[in-house]
Ligand binder design. Structure first.
Ligand SMILES: Cc1cc2nc3c(=O)[nH]c(=O)nc-3n(C[C@H](O)[C@H](O)[C@H](O)COP(=O)(O)O)c2cc1C
Length: 502
């Protein structure tokens, strides 16, 4: 496979000076000024009573910082926290196994532990073999939507030969999630190997790794890992000495949550104002620079070397129902044992909360649980026996999301949580569609009024109508996710909501 010409990026957001004025104005952190700031994300909100001064500081800050990936030590303030404990609670440590054993930051350590062997093996066979293994594995996207990975790869591979791209989504903006952060910091070459395998499978010779600016140490590690991989010939015109070219570039975001959404992310890489785009066309047909693009989450790609080495069948044999393989989870600081856990799909949420997390610290009473970020359904305590699975959690209005788990205790009142989530939603809305741009802020305002004891029943009806509009007419998962969160609250916590609108 020859090296394909790649159009150059117009003005990608790699530094403040690269951004045109209308693009700069979109971002919360065009200068990257998040360092040392207190976090206002949902995991820090849940733990605000543990350090009220820090929370007050976070609430005063402008621009706001929503999640630093330190949710195990929340409330957090951009500083070096102790690393979270890592536990593999499955027969197979596919995702976190290497982290649990101390990690492999350097190429030498990674190769000593069998790294790049999957790629070397794959390059001796046609790309179809990698593609078929990923299809057989039944792997589904770990970035939130759970879309079948093999189907996405096949869609890109089937596009006519020409310039195609592979993009890794390392934006990890969902508060409570810090899985990708530690995969990037402690096992960077596995993502690189997964991306090269993806490029080989779909016929792409250029990849981009889109990393959020809130993870500066991950950026340092990735730059070093990319240089090492290039020097060793795993990147470049002849990957592993074979006739296949692949290059990989790191692009740093600027503190926008919505840039984790795939169409916004691709526009951000292009250096354009990163507003969400309507689909179709999907990125698999017309993505980055209008070319077929494969975009996957970090954890999704990290599974690929294991699948190539062990075969798709071995992966599909793990897990449960339509959710195969293992899932990494991150538990917030309200648990007795916060940290990173790898489990097989099918364990119950109760097992995660009580057996792994050890329940809530200081004997706290569980009020509810968010799995996968703030824009997803809240799980009430009476549904803890639901198994961890895409369909099973969707059936109760929740989801697997990205696997970040935030527990709330008795210090959180549900109307206050709604106001927090919609405040976040309004702040991070890209503004492209009206229900999200206007509706999220209006729901926040109505709940603010309710919390001040100034709301009437008609205000609650207005909230319901706005939630319906968000659900039916939003352009992307940001608006529909906010609706999903609100619906779960109205369904499971009516006795906490209705008295506020009297
Ligand atoms: C508002 C919003 C934010 C998102 N943030 C992320 C993110 O931080 N990381 C991620 O992998 N996916 C995120 N997603 C999902 C992506 O759009 C996309 O579905 C995913 O990256 C695809 O990869 P996967 O198939 O491997 O999961 C977000 C979606 C929405 C609507």
């Amino acid at each position: 496979m020859s090296h394909l010409p790649v159009p150059s990026r117009a003005s990608a957001p790699v530094g403040a000076h690269d951004l045109a004025a209308d693009v700069r104005s979109f971002y919360h952190l065009p200068e990257g000024e998040h360092a040392g700031k207190a976090c206002q994300g949902t995991a820090c909100y849940a733990a605000r009573h543990l350090n009220p001064e820090r929370w007050a500081e976070a609430m005063r800050q402008d621009p706001r910082v929503y999640c630093l990936g330190e949710c195990h030590a929340a409330p957090a303030k951009g500083q070096t926290q102790p690393r979270p404990p890592v536990r593999v609670c499955s027969r197979h440590g596919i995702v976190l196994g290497r982290l649990a054993a101390g990690g492999a930051r350097s190429l030498a350590d990674y190769q000593r532990q069998g790294g790049y062997a999957a790629l070397a093996q794959a390059l001796d066979h046609p790309p179809e073999r990698v593609l078929a293994a990923v299809e057989t594995s039944a792997l589904r996207g770990r970035g939130g939507a759970g879309f079948p990975t093999g189907r996405k790869w096949r869609a890109v591979a089937q596009q006519p030969a020409g310039v195609k791209y592979v993009v890794a989504n390392a934006d990890e903006g969902d508060a409570g999630a810090y899985i990708d952060r530690y995969l990037l910091e402690d096992d960077p070459h596995r993502l690189i190997e997964g991306m090269i395998l993806a490029g080989y499978a779909v016929g792409a010779s250029q990849g981009y790794l889109y990393l959020r600016i809130e993870y500066p140490f991950a950026a340092t590690v990735l730059r070093a890992a990319l240089a090492e991989a290039r020097a060793a010939g795993w990147l470049g015109p002849q990957v592993g000495g074979r006739p296949f070219a692949f290059e990989l570039e790191l692009v740093i975001g600027h503190g926008s949550y919505v840039c984790g959404e795939e169409t916004a992310l691709l526009r951000s890489i292009e250096g354009r104002r990163p507003e969400v785009m309507a689909r179709p066309p999907y990125p698999t047909e017309r993505g980055l620079f209008d070319r077929p693009t494969l975009l996957n989450n970090v954890e999704t790609l990290v599974n690929v070397p294991w699948i190539v080495t062990h075969g798709g069948e071995a992966y599909a044999a793990i897990g449960f129902s339509k959710s195969r393989g293992t899932k990494a989870l991150s538990l917030n600081s309200l648990f007795v044992r916060p940290g990173l856990y790898e489990v097989e799909f099918g364990v119950t949420v109760r097992h995660i909360v009580e057996e792994l997390g050890g329940g809530l610290r200081s004997g706290g009473q569980l009020k509810g649980l968010l799995i996968g970020g703030p824009i997803i359904g809240l799980i009430p305590p009476h549904l803890l026996d639901t198994p961890l699975g895409f369909e099973e959690l969707a059936a109760i209005g929740a989801g697997v999301g990205h696997g970040g788990i935030v527990a709330f205790d008795e210090h959180t009142s549900i109307p206050d949580l709604v106001q927090h989530v919609f405040s976040f939603g309004a702040y991070e809305s890209c503004g492209k569609c009206t229900p999200c741009r206007r509706g999220s802020g209006r729901v926040e305002e109505l709940f603010r009024r309710a919390l001040a004891g100034q709301a009437a029943p008609a205000d609650l009806q207005e909230c319901r109508d706005l939630v319906t509009a968000l659900k039916l007419t939003s352009l992307c998962g940001h608006g529909t996710g906010l609706a999903r969160f609100a619906e779960s609250i109205l369904r499971y916590y009516p006795t906490e909501i209705e008295p506020c609108f009297k």
